[in-house]
Design a binder for this molecule. Structure first.
Ligand code: NOJ
Length: 542
């Protein structure tokens, strides 16, 4: 019966719409060589954990390419190989085959906006003004007074322009100076980058998470960005000095749409279907919706960081969900993100109860969730002593360092958390690993891990949760967000109490039982047109 439901909605929906994506940060997942850094074999070794113990549907692999690691792999020096620290192409092929055997899809990070400054293209480009690859990057003359060509800033601090003394011109880098921006307006660059996608598609990857993709198309006139009158953060978190400007001209030019159409056409040459999840930090839902396009021929999904930014209240969350639902075109599919390798750990932001509510929301809202490794354990942001800091952003803007959310996955209570046999992993193990680890949490039915697992099992077996319609319920008490998911005759009720008080919620006409709750003691309770929720409880009734 469950299998039949699964097959019928898979006919109408793509795998990336029904499935849950799990982000693996390869450096920190599992080290099999004993050098203190995770590797591809580590992901292979943990495939059973991903497919069965946890029960996700697709892995997103953060970069594993050859790289000088100025930005931990987001500075690629060869787009078509594997950094020896992580393995080699043969290991990658085994990873994909092993994932596919386990019924999992594999999405890889693609970093189109910039390469490493050690990429052979940039080495050639910077060698002289006449080099045929000069125009593969963005080189500009200084202004008459020698200053930078315009006022654009690098996202990690300082100017976006670096003067190259040898040739007397500035090059553009929207992130670190070790990450020069490629010139996507040069057709040869675009063609070469699309060939890289093809390289990995031919190796059977199922899709791409496309890094910082808004930056690929900038204002052709390269106008100065206006000041930000509010000095308000432009995205979900403060970016320090970068927030002094409105980023109107250094990213997000309308020519992006054409690039997305071309990427999509390439993906559509392949069977079974392949996907593109574009990293975009956009909080105007109509603008976000435009990147699906009304003909649905651009990104499969732009990432939606709205829940990271929203106040953790019933009204805050509902505002995001209703806004997205109203804006996206018919047939388009929402995405929700609550944790990434760039953000403070979810459980640190929302606390124990909040992060359990987040698990329920992430896995029951209409849309494709991306789940960040370790969040299923409620791993907290780790304290990193200054001498162990790695993230270059943390060096320029101490409050913005991202090391605390990138620490080793916690497999066991052992001193190195079962991550490595090395004396010292590349980042310290979180101090909560004695409690928050896979081995211990598997033994505790009330653990975070078991809550995630129960939700994932419920979702796998429920067409309403995977693909059903979303209907918010009104009226409900103000501190409560209640919605229904339905498909055919199947109805699922989700209720989240954001208050410290028990709540009584009317759900006229709904009859069923609580299948999964953040308060396990309530699982199995009958729901007959009404629901009692404990303080901060989030419950799913079927
Ligand atoms: C976004 C990635 O998620 C982040 O980790 C990286 O530093 C920047 N893009 C630059 O590639």
């Amino acid at each position: 019966m469950m299998e039949a439901a699964l097959l019928s909605d898979r006919k109408q929906h793509e795998w990336w719409q029904t499935g849950v994506v799990y982000q693996v940060y390869p450096r920190s997942f599992k080290d099999t060589t004993g050098n203190g850094v995770g590797d591809l074999q580590g992901v292979i070794d943990k495939m059973d954990y991903l497919s069965d113990t946890l029960g996700i549907d697709a892995i997103w692999m953060s970069p594993f390419y050859p790289s000088p690691m100025a930005d931990f792999g987001y500075d690629v020096s060869d787009y078509c190989d594997v950094h020896p620290m992580f393995g080699d192409l043969a290991t990658f092929d085994r990873l994909v085959a092993c994932a596919h055997d386990a019924g999992l899809k594999v999405i890889i990070d693609f970093v189109p906006n910039h390469s490493s400054d050690q990429h052979p293209w940039f080495i050639e480009s910077r060698s002289s003004r006449e080099n045929p690859r000069r125009d593969w990057y963005v080189w500009r003359d200084p202004k008459a007074d020698g200053s930078q060509p315009n006022n654009w800033l690098g996202a990690f601090g300082g100017s976006a322009w670096e003067l190259d003394d040898r040739t007397g011109q500035y090059y553009l880098h929207s992130f670190l100076k070790e990450q020069p921006d490629l010139n996507w307006r040069n057709p040869a660059v675009k063609a070469a980058m699309l060939e890289h996608l093809r390289f990995w598609l031919d190796r059977s990857v199922d899709g791409f998470r496309i890094d910082a993709v808004s930056f690929v198309m900038k204002d052709p006139a390269e106008r100065d960005n206006p000041p930000n009158p509010e000095s308000a953060p432009q995205i979900h978190k403060s970016l320090g000095a970068y927030d002094a400007q409105l980023h109107q001209y250094d990213q997000g030019h309308a020519d992006l749409h054409q690039i997305f159409r071309e990427m999509r056409a390439l993906l559509d040459e392949y069977e079974p279907s392949r996907m593109a999840l574009g990293e975009m930090h956009i909080y105007d839902w109509n603008e976000l919706a435009s990147y699906y396009s009304k003909d649905l021929d651009e990104l499969s999904m732009p990432t939606n960081f709205g829940l990271l930014k929203a106040p953790w209240t019933a009204a805050g969350i509902r505002g995001v969900v209703d806004g997205v639902e109203a804006a996206i075109p018919p047939g388009a599919w929402p995405n929700y993100v609550l944790g990434t390798h760039d953000d403070q750990r979810l459980a640190t932001r929302f606390g124990e109860q909040g992060s359990r509510q987040a698990a329920v929301l992430l896995l029951t809202l209409r849309g494709s969730p991306t789940l960040y490794y370790g969040d299923e354990l409620g791993m907290r942001e780790a304290e990193i002593p200054p001498e162990r800091q790695q993230d270059p952003w943390g060096m320029t803007e101490p409050t913005l360092g991202r090391d605390g959310c990138r620490t080793p996955m916690q497999w066991s209570p052992d001193p190195a958390a079962g991550f490595t046999s090395a004396n010292e992993p590349w980042l310290p193990v979180g101090s909560d690993h004695a409690v928050r680890n896979v081995q211990s949490q598997l033994l505790d039915p009330d653990s975070h891990l078991n809550l995630y697992h129960r939700l994932l099992v419920l979702r796998r077996g429920s067409a309403a949760l995977r693909t059903g319609a979303y209907l918010p319920l009104d009226p409900v008490p103000p501190d409560c967000f209640v919605f229904e998911r339905s498909q055919g005759t199947e109805r699922v009720l989700v209720a989240v109490n954001f208050s410290a008080e028990p709540l009584f919620i009317e759900a006229a006409g709904f009859t069923g039982r609580i299948a999964v709750s953040t308060e396990r003691v309530n699982e199995g309770n009958a729901v007959e047109g009404a629901l009692h929720l404990l303080p901060y409880e989030a419950a799913v009734a079927v």
